[in-house]
Design a binder for this molecule. Structure first.
Ligand SMILES: [Zn+2]
Length: 91
């Protein structure tokens, strides 16, 4: 299963929790790039880079989300929690 956005977290498998499904809760660190662009044939107004932490073990991750002001309605481009994938790679 790929990672998904859920309310205030990303749901993804965590390599430090032996591959178990975990909630990566958003932390206070973020970068917002306001720029109208197209991603997967959809128009978006910004790209967010949000720090997230595994609720089970504390492992960090960087979520990259394209949205129009509401994170939960955005598209997750990557979450950077896997050892073999960079933050910008979709799982
Ligand atoms: Zn974990």
């Amino acid at each position: 299963m790929g990672a998904k956005i859920k309310d205030n977290c990303i749901v993804s498998t965590c390599p430090d929790c032996e591959g178990a499904l975990s909630n990566f809760e958003f932390q206070s660190g973020s970068v917002i790039r306001n720029e109208i662009h197209t991603y997967e044939n959809t128009r978006f107004e910004r790209i967010l880079y949000l720090l997230a932490r595994c609720g089970g073990c504390g492992r960090g991750g960087l979520a990259v989300i394209h949205d129009n002001g509401m994170v939960r309605n955005g598209i997750l481009a990557g979450c950077g929690v896997r050892r073999d994938k960079p933050a910008w790679s979709r799982e």
